[in-house]
Design a protein around this ligand. Sequence first.
Ligand SMILES: *Cc1c(COP(=O)(O)O)cnc(C)c1O
Length: 484
Amino acid sequence: MVIERLMVLSGVSLSVAMKLIDREASGICFVIDGRRLVGVVTDGDIRRGLLDGKTLDMPVDSVMKKEFFTLPVNSSLKSIQEHLGEYKYIPILNEDGEFVDLASPDRYHQIPLVQPVFDGNELEYVTDCIRTGWISSQGKYVRLFEEKFGEYVNCPNTLAVSNGTVALHLALVTLGIGPGDEVIVPDLTFAAPINAILYVGATPVMVDVDRYTMAIDPGLLESAITARTRAIIAVHLYGHPADMVRVMDLAERNDLKVIEDCAEALGSRYKDVHVGSSGHASIFSFFGNKTITTGEGGMVLFKDESMRERAKMLRDHGMAPEKRYWHNEVGFNYRLTNIQAAIGVAQLEKIENFVEKKRWMANHYNSCLAGIDSIQLPIEEKDVVNSYWLYTIVLEPNRVNMRDKILAFLNSKGVEARPVFFPLHIMPPYQGYNTHGSSYDVATHLSAGGISLPSSVTVTQAEIERVCETLILALTSDGSLATS
Ligand SMILES: *Cc1c(COP(=O)(O)O)cnc(C)c1O
């Protein structure tokens, strides 16, 4: 809302004020003298005035309230949010009593980074689990979730597991990766893939990423391959697919296994093919902030059906499928529960709509932020459908030093934003593996300048506009940001 549209000058007639309230459908307008706020008038005040014998040509000042609740411009977001419980609108005044902003619930509520949506059949299916007693890892929803998921991504060999990280572990174990093997992983990612490499006792080799897709840079893969390299984990970061054509080409020429980490890319496609079907295995996560969620949960997919069978046995303690309580191998308990799967089935029923909403959101951000030359917007390469898990911008190098201030400013204004991941190679558990002397310039740059903006499927046009206004304000305030 543009506050100027709710202002009338002291001395204008009641009919002018009434027309403005009607036009803005606000129920209220603010009377100013110069920039000073001198009164507040509601449609009720005007109606009572007319009943009292006032006429429409009389000045607005004759019915306005001169005493009203305001807050000073340096009020904390928390105190504004508290008072908004009591007042619908709160004028924000500077030290000179000038009307500088109008607090209203739609302008000052918290905009979350990502928020799950359970407005479908979630409750019904979960209730079904409880009513029927099928609450553990047997029951119809687990298999149903695997089947429906397989249909959506167009890969039949799906296996539901307890989270995305164990999906990665299970994929590596099933593909036979272990001690002595090197596995290539992008330097910029959530840490789950490199942790999983370390769980199996293999050696991670970190490779820099592409500046625009933020995924592994295929041009750098060749030089990272040694005689011990056995696999590549490609991560489709923030929703943009990695260049799987070049990754697969290189993998085939060097006889390497490929795992696609699609945790952030449900709904993303390349040439109409869903991510996850190029690699020998792929994984998804259903953590609370992912595009669909089961609270905690994951899925591992295999190109080869026999691999799925082996992973299924390992998921269930390594028990021989034909002989209960007989173990041929050390397995795990990586099962998803029927309750979680029930939520997953309900979430999956809405996936097309979720992805559509995410793409609408990105479009809207793109148009609000177009032409601002100090930031890099997320891209969508030719033939790609980006599902925009998090809409992530990157400050240009000349602005990188403002990043943390901008983040603090956004968060202080109720816009939940967060930095991009740290490059893996600088963190204590992974530092020691940075033995190839790579520089990781791009990962370092993206990490220092990256900001993920609110990206819920429920985000509204007005919220996106508020996020962009706040961001632009932060970018143009040359470092003098108040974050109280
Ligand atoms: C979320 C995520 C995972 C898996 O996370 P879990 O919380 O274990 O489900 C793996 N890789 C990436 C890139 C992720 O973002």
